[in-house]
Design a protein around this ligand. Structure first.
Ligand SMILES: Oc1cc(-c2ccc(F)cc2)cc2cncnc12
Ligand SMILES: [Mg+2]
Length: 214
């Protein structure tokens, strides 16, 4: 029977990456996507910008919206300080099942908590379920029409503190116009656009970094 793209991506990780070596997992996925099949990971070019923001923020708590196959999950977690926690939300159960195996292969199971279900349902439960007061860094990389409602929900739930950083993928392609309009015009955020390209292509895309001012 036919395998899925996430299954073929996992097979490439298990074939080419070293267990317990997150950077080799990242490299194996990028190689698979460049040489075999395009897939919607943040990729190596935008991934370098992601790395620099993670390193600068040095977060103790990270929320990732949209796991897919855990490429960015592993990329972020590999740069976190020892006691840091990353919670990643994935809506699609098949993607979540693959992502768990990629996370396990990278040996990052104790840093990463993958939660299945709609982000809108889980954001209000972060305190009671995971004991998280606020997030130091949020990586938005899920469905583009959820960026704005989920950002407003995080504000309302008190999950952002003065200095919390939101980093949003795909603000040009596929594009998140309502989110960009809100975040760039809100007095509560200081935003910066990092121009790049859609993963593994020459098409323009970019990341929007926004600091919550409280
Ligand atoms: O990075 C991404 C890229 C694309 C995408 C798909 C098709 C296309 F033609 C262009 C871009 C879709 C995404 C959905 N969720 C999260 N990230 C994504
Ligand atoms: Mg993306």
């Amino acid at each position: 029977t036919q395998t899925t793209r996430p299954q073929r991506m996992l097979a490439a990780v298990q074939k080419s990456a070293t267990r317990g070596d997150p950077r080799s997992v990242v490299k194996a996925i990028d190689q698979f996507c460049r040489q075999k099949e395009w897939a919607m990971n943040v990729g190596d070019e935008k991934g370098c910008i992601l790395d620099s923001v993670v390193t600068e923020v040095n977060p103790a708590t990270v929320l990732e919206l949209g796991t897919y196959c855990a490429y960015s999950t592993v990329r972020i977690a590999s740069l976190l300080p020892p006691d840091a926690k990353l919670i990643t939300l994935e809506f699609n159960p098949h993607n979540a099942a693959i992502a768990r195996q990629v996370i396990a292969w990278a040996g990052l199971g104790d840093k990463i908590q993958l939660v299945e279900g709609p982000s809108g349902d889980w954001i209000p439960k972060m305190k009671e379920k995971f004991g998280i007061e606020t997030f130091d860094l949020v990586f938005l990389d899920h469905w583009k029409d959820r960026y704005l409602p989920d950002t407003k929900l995080m504000e309302e739930c008190g999950l952002l503190r003065k200095g919390s950083v939101l980093l949003a993928d795909n603000v040009i392609c596929p594009g998140t116009p309502d989110y960009l309009e809100y975040i760039r015009n809100s007095p509560r955020y200081k935003s910066q656009y990092f121009r790049s390209h859609l993963e593994y292509t020459k098409v323009e895309d970019g990341l929007e970094k926004s600091v919550f001012l409280g």
